[in-house]
Write a protein that binds this ligand. Structure first.
Ligand SMILES: NC(=O)c1ccc[n+]([C@@H]2O[C@H](COP(=O)([O-])OP(=O)(O)OC[C@H]3O[C@@H](n4cnc5c(N)ncnc54)[C@H](OP(=O)(O)O)[C@@H]3O)[C@@H](O)[C@H]2O)c1
Length: 310
């Protein structure tokens, strides 16, 4: 018998307690699914970093840990984890991120704020925005979410440039890698979107030096992870009016502390880590599919390269 332990939060349990068994059944996988399975009997753990399992040592026959979260920075360095780790990528998460990125890029591109907030009722004519084809957007990270966002922006007509560790070839997107590629991409990014995972290599990738490479008046969207940005350097760049505006969804400390300068800064929009979330129905399908694959000795979906950290 295959045993799948649910190690998410109480709230997660209410969401998934019927969805995952249904998705397993639909694939013909016969498995026990629950929260009270003796560790030495567990084959798969459905995992949240906010759930009860932090030490994987007692799980002696573990075949895989199936994360409900897309970002795995809180578990990937766990020395007690010896089994494969799969992160969550579901269709809803990708669609949601592409919509959030497209929406906030359009806000900047169209200069919407100038009309939404106009207390003096000024008739500011002659302010038609350029066409999307005359606007360059850079995306750091061309993985599942970066590519979905790049494709959405491309469909809107923007000039889209993307950067990743391995060089990609994606129709309609100018692709870059390496440090020279990063400099080139930054230099042409009127809007920059951060969709990198948080690893040792990506921490503070946006710092005083890299911010200085961006065009004056550029804007930044960070739906990736807070530590991708050196906050002091960004605040300095915003105060010097080199970077015009930043919309930040993720932060080094969450919830963002009430006294953090981002809250009151006129050139910063804070959103509370809501850019996109795992959609339970499609996420349950991914979990069940990975159990099926594990039981059929097929490669897992979205397995993390634990050496690379993502
Ligand atoms: N705000 C939210 O609501 C929310 C929701 C979900 C996820 N997220 C965040 O979004 C991140 C991205 O998710 P994803 O599913 O797109 O991840 P992914 O599929 O693993 O893609 C990561 C991308 O980053 C690139 N990359 C990693 N390290 C790099 C480095 N050192 N230099 C250059 N490129 C590097 C990878 O390059 P290769 O292609 O060469 O491997 C890949 O293109 C997650 O890690 C998470 O932090 C946020």
């Amino acid at each position: 018998m295959t045993n799948v332990l649910f190690a998410g939060t109480e709230e997660n349990w209410e969401t998934y307690k019927t969805l995952i068994p249904e998705a397993l059944k639909a694939r013909g996988v016969s498995a026990t699914f629950g929260r009270d399975i003796a560790p030495e009997m567990v084959d798969y753990i459905v995992y949240s970093p906010l759930g009860p399992v932090q030490d994987f040592t007692p799980f002696t026959r573990l075949k895989a840990v199936l994360s409900l979260w897309a970002g795995v920075e809180r578990v990937v360095g766990n020395n007690t984890l010896k089994a494969p780790l799969c992160r969550m990528v579901d269709s809803g998460l990708k669609k949601g991120m592409a919509e959030w990125v497209a929406g906030h890029c359009l806000r900047y591109h169209l200069g919407m704020d100038a009309h939404i907030t106009n207390p003096a009722h000024e008739w500011r004519s002659g302010m038609a925005p350029p066409l999307a084809e005359d606007r360059s957007i850079g995306i750091l990270g061309l993985g599942e979410l970066g590519q979905a966002s790049a494709e959405a922006l491309n469909c809107l007509g923007f000039n889209v440039n993307g950067w990743s560790r391995s060089l990609k070839s994606i129709e309609g997107i100018a692709c870059f890698s390496g440090s020279e590629g990063l400099s080139t991409l930054l230099g042409r990014s009127e809007i920059l979107v951060l969709l990198l995972p948080q690893t040792a290599d990506t921490t503070h990738i946006l710092n005083a030096q890299t911010l200085a490479k961006m065009p004056k008046g550029a804007s930044i969207l960070n739906p990736g992870r807070g530590p991708l940005i050196d906050d002091e350097a960004l605040l300095a760049s915003l105060n010097a009016r080199h970077i015009a505006h930043a919309t930040l969804d993720v932060f080094a400390k969450e919830p963002l502390p009430q006294d953090h300068p981002y809250w009151a800064h006129p050139s910063v929009t804070v959103t509370p880590h809501i850019a996109s979330e795992t959609r339970p129905k499609s996420a349950a399908e991914v979990v069940a599919e990975n159990v099926r694959r594990g039981e059929s000795a097929e490669p897992f979906l979205f397995e993390v390269d634990q050496g690379q950290g993502y």
